[in-house]
Design a protein around this ligand. Structure first.
Ligand code: RB5
Length: 146
């Protein structure tokens, strides 16, 4: 599984934690920054991850900002992206099983690193269940293509 990850300045610390987790899990990832704690605009950092997942260069993406909200809004503007803003383990599982989410967004100012690690581990391990959920995902795609 190839993973793309980025944050803005508000998510820098949690991004480091999650990259550490990915290394512990033996998963390969590409870090799209930022490289410093300078203030940046989150859409600039959401786009390489969202476009990389949408064009198939990566299987999954992880986006982190202060709240996760800006990153998720920006990522979901890219065709083919189903970015889920998640701050609990139940939703991390459900959004893979039911929504086939291909990007997860989290807020460093919302949850601690321990919970974020549990969320990401759960999200990466879960599969899409298909069936009635596939019909619903396809309806989202139809809206996107309209
Ligand atoms: C940056 O201050 C903050 O607005 C950003 O990290 C994010 O929370 C936006 O949704």
């Amino acid at each position: 599984m190839k993973i793309a990850i980025s944050s803005d300045h508000g998510g820098n610390n949690l991004r480091q934690e999650i990259m550490q987790l990915l290394e512990e899990l033996g998963l390969s990832y590409e870090d799209f920054g930022p490289k410093s704690n300078d203030s940046v605009d989150f859409p600039d950092f959401a786009m390489p991850v969202a476009e990389g997942v949408a064009n198939g260069s990566f299987d999954r993406g992880i986006l982190i900002c202060g709240t996760g909200i800006g990153m998720s809004i920006a990522a979901n503007k890219v065709k083919g992206i189903r970015c889920a803003l998640v701050h609990d383990v139940f939703s991390a599982k459900a959004t893979r099983n039911h929504n086939d989410s291909n990007i997860i967004a989290m807020g460093e100012r919302v949850i601690g690193a321990g919970l974020a690690r549990e969320i990401v581990s759960t999200w990466l391990a879960q599969d899409f269940e298909g069936g009635r959920h596939l019909r619903r995902v396809e309806k989202i795609t139809e809206i996107e293509n309209a």
